[in-house]
Design a protein. Structure first.
Length: 82
């Protein structure tokens, strides 16, 4: 089965874990919040999760990745029910 998004995830896993750990540390230990500018120029906490930011950074389509995971699961279920 062709799973390009899952393949990307596997190839960048260690990098994503390291970056995610750092972002968690910033948030939980240092109490630093990622923010984005509003149209008026003010800062507000970002509504994006670290997970979605990492996916965007590594060019992983989360919706496609979820479809690939579901297809793999269905394939696995079909194989094990034979």
């Amino acid at each position: 089965m062709n799973t390009p998004e899952l393949n990307k995830l596997v190839s960048i896993h260690s990098q994503a874990v390291a970056i995610g750990g750092f972002l968690d540390w910033l948030s939980e230990v240092k109490k630093i919040v990622l923010a984005e500018r509003t149209p008026l120029g003010n800062l507000q906490p970002t509504s994006q999760s670290f997970y979605s930011l990492l996916a965007e950074h590594f060019d992983i389509n989360l919706a496609q990745m979820e479809r690939e995971k579901r297809a793999l699961l269905e394939e696995f279920r079909a194989e094990t029910s034979k």
